[in-house]
Design a protein around this ligand. Structure first.
Ligand code: SF4
Length: 194
C-alpha cells in the first residue's frame, strides 16, 4: 500500500504480553492490537468504498477522468463502481439535477443499504450552480443528506479525489452523517435507560 494515510487507523499496542499476540518481533517482544469491532468495520468500509455515479451532466466527464488509470483511484480502494444501489455505499452526484430527476435520485439513495455516504460533485449538485431556474434543484441536500461537497465547475479529478480522501477521514473519525446519527441515537437511548 503506497499511501500511509489510507492505512486503517487502528490503535496498535506493542508489549510482551501473550494475550492477543499476533506477531513475534526480532527482540522477542510480541506485537498485538486491540480495537473495537466498530473501528475494525469502519476501517474496512473506509478502504472499500463502492461508488455509484449519478452523472447527469458535464461533471460526469470529470468523474470518468477520475476513474481512469492516471488518477488510479484503486489506491484508495474505491475503484469498484456499481450501477446498482444495492451494491453501492457511496453515491456521487455529478451534475445538474432537475426537479424531474430528483425523485429518481432519492429512489436510488433510498435503495442503498446503510451505512451509505454521499458526495455532491460540482456547484450544480451543491447549489444549483448558475441555473437559478424553477426546474433545477438548488442543492441536492434539499432531498438527500450530503457528507462531502466538492466545489468547482467542473471540479477537477484531483478535487474529487480529495473529496473521497476527506470522506475516508470522516469515516475514520466517526464524522459521517450515518455515524453521527447512530451516536445520537445511542446517546438518547442511554439517557432514556439511565
Ligand atoms: S458544475 Fe459545471 S461542469 Fe458540473 S454539471 Fe454544473 S455546469 Fe457542468
Amino acid at each position: 500500500m503506497g499511501n500511509p494515510e489510507v492505512r486503517p487507523s487502528l490503535p496498535v499496542v506493542g508489549g510482551t504480553g501473550t494475550a492477543g499476540a499476533v506477531a513475534k518481533q526480532p527482540d522477542g517482544s510480541r506485537v498485538f492490537l486491540t480495537t473495537k469491532l466498530e473501528k475494525l468495520l469502519d476501517a474496512a468500509r473506509k478502504n472499500s468504498l463502492w461508488p455509484l455515479p449519478f452523472g447527469t451532466a458535464c461533471c460526469a466527464i470529470e468523474f470518468m477522468s477520475f476513474m481512469m488509470s492516471h488518477y488510479d483511484i484503486s489506491r484508495f480502494g474505491a475503484e469498484v463502481v456499481r450501477f446498482s444501489p444495492r451494491q453501492s455505499d457511496l453515491l456521487i452526484v455529478a451534475g445538474t439535477v432537475t426537479d424531474k430527476m430528483a425523485p429518481v435520485m432519492v429512489r436510488i439513495y433510498e435503495q442503498m443499504a446503510e451505512p451509505k455516504y454521499v458526495i455532491s460533485m460540482g456547484v450544480c449538485a451543491c447549489t444549483g450552480g448558475f441555473y437559478r431556474a424553477y426546474h433545477v434543484v438548488q442543492g441536492i441536500d434539499e432531498f438527500i443528506p450530503v457528507d462531502v461537497y466538492v466545489p468547482g465547475c467542473p471540479p477537477t479529478p484531483e478535487a474529487l479525489l480529495q473529496g473521497v480522501v476527506k470522506l475516508q477521514e470522516m469515516i475514520s473519525n466517526g464524522e459521517t452523517r450515518y455515524q453521527r446519527a447512530l451516536a445520537a441515537k445511542r446517546a438518547s437511548q442511554a439517557q432514556a435507560g439511565g
